[in-house]
Design a protein around this ligand. Structure first.
Ligand code: NAP
Length: 305
């Protein structure tokens, strides 16, 4: 099955459906999942250092007969490597784990930094540190120049922070990877990014196994009308908005289904866009006061850019 590409702001082509790999880390399972996905036609794999499973993905990539240049591999720098002098080493480590020479996309996973010695997501408030986002970004720009990455982007960036960042960028982010699904629609952020030529990549496009999108009565009714599943409706709705999707599954039948999207009518697209339930799966701030701005712009204490 051939997946359509979206052209990024630097001309690089990104497949509009990719494979998510967060929490897909049971030993042996992920390697097989990646191989199956590639056999089914997936060419875009979404990885991250913090998922602690890149070596397994690397094994699958090493064994595939699909040429490297036909694959689109994304990875993300964890927050403990934001100090600019740590960025090149962080990418070398990612490349070593994935057994690759270059990445197609490198993302800044979150718009805040934590201390270098903290390498888990269980950090505390006193481990958050001030590293200006532009310092990290300039180190990422240099990696494009060196050929280690073909495109760079951000993740979990809100509009306020992008508005401050873009005028200072030599390379404007190619994508902003954020949580988007029918229960977290992000109309303003999507419109803003698209107006700046930044492609939105939607994570948790199915609700991440936690948000109840798949059981929404309205989504289910549309699925029945198209003889498809709620998952296919959610993915099709995101694609219709020009959003790249990266659903995760460990099951072949679902991997296949997630590639078989449908054409929704403009009324269906509009009506899903009016769903009022608002729930988000991922919130990094937990009880950390200085991170509340990440998703709650009105409480913004936007950090140093
Ligand atoms: N940048 C970030 O901060 C960030 C944050 C979160 C996620 N991500 C990325 O986005 C990817 C996707 O997000 P996600 O994994 O949280 O959630 P998701 O893809 O929305 O949902 C995955 C869940 O849906 C199930 N599923 C998959 N296909 C299905 C289908 N056709 N029908 C019914 N259920 C289905 C999966 O179960 P099975 O596996 O059992 O099929 C799993 O429980 C991640 O894997 C990761 O790569 C990025």
């Amino acid at each position: 099955m051939t997946i359509k590409n979206i052209k990024l702001n630097n001309g690089v082509l990104m497949p509009e459906i990719g494979l998510g790999t967060w929490k897909a880390d049971q030993t042996g399972v992920l390697e097989q999942t990646v191989k199956t996905a590639i056999d089914l036609g997936y060419r875009h794999i979404d990885c991250a250092k913090i998922y602690n499973n890149q070596r397994e993905i690397g094994k699958a990539l090493k064994e595939t007969s699909v040429p490297r240049k036909e694959l689109f591999i994304t990875s993300k720098i964890f927050q403990n490597k934001h100090r600019p002098e740590l960025v090149p080493g962080a990418v070398d480590e990612i490349l070593d784990e994935l057994q690759l020479e270059y990445l197609d996309m490198l993302l800044m996973h979150w718009p805040y930094a934590i201390r270098p010695e903290q390498d888990s997501a269980d950090f505390t408030a006193d481990e958050v540190e001030d590293v200006p986002i532009m310092d990290t970004w300039k180190a990422m720009e240099a990696l494009v120049d060196s050929g280690k990455v073909r495109a760079i982007g951000v993740s979990n960036f809100n509009k306020t922070i992008l508005e401050k960042m873009i005028p200072q960028c030599r390379i404007v982010p190619a994508t902003n990877q954020v949580e988007v699904h029918p229960y977290n629609q992000e109309h303003d952020l999507v419109a803003y990014c698209q107006s700046k030529g930044i492609v939105i990549t939607g994570y948790c496009p199915l609700g991440g196994g936690k948000i109840n999108v798949m059981n929404d009565d309205f989504i289910k009714r549309i699925a029945e009308a198209h003889c498809c599943t709620p998952a296919q409706v959610s993915l099709s709705w995101l694609l219709a908005r020009g959003i790249v999707v990266i659903p995760k599954s460990n099951h072949e039948i679902r991997l296949k289904q997630n590639l078989q999207t449908v054409t929704l009518t403009s009324d269906e697209i509009r009506m899903i866009g009016h769903i009022k339930t608002h729930e988000r799966k991922v919130d990094p701030s937990r009880d950390i006061e200085q991170l509340k701005w990440v998703f709650h712009e009105d409480q913004a204490k936007c950090p140093v850019i």
